[in-house]
Design a protein around this ligand. Structure first.
Ligand code: SAM
Length: 362
């Protein structure tokens, strides 16, 4: 049974109120950001028994009565703080905004990476280019720029990326272990996080991180720091170039990689992977797939990450719905052997094998 969104019964008044939450979402978002940056949500969290008066919050934060009253009123209207006997308390929603790692990672990613560029979403869709990326420099896609992004942007991009994939790596490695294969090609291996964990978990494995030259530099630094140069090698490649992939690996691992490309390019990549593969090898694809989620919150987060790919990352890609990805895998002549769902925060691990000679895309 796949997840889907069901219509929700609402009165007209409730529906109108929900619509205002969306209409004012950017304003409330920025008020929360300032409350967080000025340490006010933290202050309220630390004073959760007695709460704080308006004056106490002004004194503690050293901010003006005017600013604090605007921020607290906005937070009150959005159920982020509660007011009892003239004292402010953090609500449950405020608690998650301040302390929940998933919310913090989504929030920072949306502020630092997406906020400015999302204004150009329509332009990006019309041109098939990441029109919002211009705020950070003049690049065709975000990927070669990752190591050169402004520090807060870079920090929140990596925190967001790692938050979701890291959670699934350990569970996925337990499954990889059962495949009994010893050589792994980690395509789109980024800073080497998965490869390092793989090397430590599957001690007799050898791994190669393949990525753009800019990422390979960072991966090499991390591999060297961990003294794992003998076990982990690197291979600089633009997967869309004519350079072939290194051959002879038993496992081709792609985590949060295919979602960085258009459908046309995914098919080219899967065909290239297919051609590099021996018959008994496996292709392991780790992706968050929105209609394979247990929880509505997970599906909501995955779906609403797609516009980042359009406006900021590359203008062309998206998070997957299961049928999209399944059709692409099948077109490439790989056979889906099994799918493991709900790894980490809701990733699916799709294990594929080579079944027949690929005579072009089917
Ligand atoms: C979203 S990150 C995923 C990183 C990591 N696999 C994970 O699960 O956290 C996508 C990775 O794909 C790489 N990438 C994007 N376009 C590429 C290309 N054309 N050739 C090779 N690597 C590419 C990026 O540099 C980045 O490291």
């Amino acid at each position: 049974m796949y997840f889907n969104f069901k219509p929700k019964e609402k009165s007209a008044l409730d529906a109108q109120h929900e619509a205002q939450k969306i209409a004012f979402a950017p304003i409330i978002f920025q008020c929360v950001r300032v409350l967080k940056e000025w340490g006010i949500l933290k202050l309220l969290y630390e004073n959760d028994k007695s709460g704080l008066s308006h004056e106490e919050i002004c004194q503690e934060s050293q901010k003006s009565v005017y600013s604090i009253s605007l921020l607290l009123e906005s937070a009150l209207s959005a159920d982020i703080v509660e007011l009892k006997n003239d004292r402010y308390f953090l609500s449950k929603v405020g608690y998650f905004l301040q302390n929940d790692p998933m919310t913090v990672s989504n929030f920072d990613f949306n502020h630092y990476v997406n906020y400015l560029g999302m204004y150009h979403l329509d332009e990006a869709m019309e041109q098939g280019k990441p029109a919002g990326l211009k705020y950070f420099g003049d690049w065709q896609t975000i990927y070669p720029a990752l190591s050169k992004l402004p520090s807060k942007v870079k920090e929140s991009w990596f925190a967001f990326d790692h938050f979701y994939s890291d959670g699934a790596f350990e569970a996925a490695l337990k499954i990889l272990k059962t495949l009994n294969h010893k050589t792994v090609l980690d395509i789109g291996g980024n800073t080497g996080k998965f490869s390092l964990l793989c090397a430590k978990t599957l001690k007799d494995s050898t791994i190669c991180v393949a990525d753009l030259p800019e990422q390979i530099e960072s991966a090499q630094i991390n591999i060297k720091k961990a003294l794992l140069q003998k076990q982990i090698t690197t291979f600089a490649i633009d997967i869309l170039s004519s350079l072939p992939l290194p051959r002879g690996y038993n496992i081709v691992w792609m985590s949060q990689f295919l979602d960085c490309f258009s459908e046309e390019d995914i098919l080219k990549i899967l065909t290239k992977v297919y051609e590099s593969l021996e018959y008994d090898s496996r292709v392991c694809i780790l992706e968050p797939i929105w209609d394979r989620q247990r929880l509505e919150t997970s599906a909501f987060c995955i779906i609403n990450t797609s516009p980042y790919f359009t406006a900021i990352a590359n203008g062309k890609s998206r998070m997957f719905k299961w049928d999209n990805l399944k059709n692409l895998i099948e077109k490439s002549s790989l056979e889906i052997e099994c799918v493991h769902d709900n790894l980490g925060f809701g990733h699916s691990l799709i294990i594929c094998k080579k079944i027949k000679e690929n005579n072009g895309n089917k």
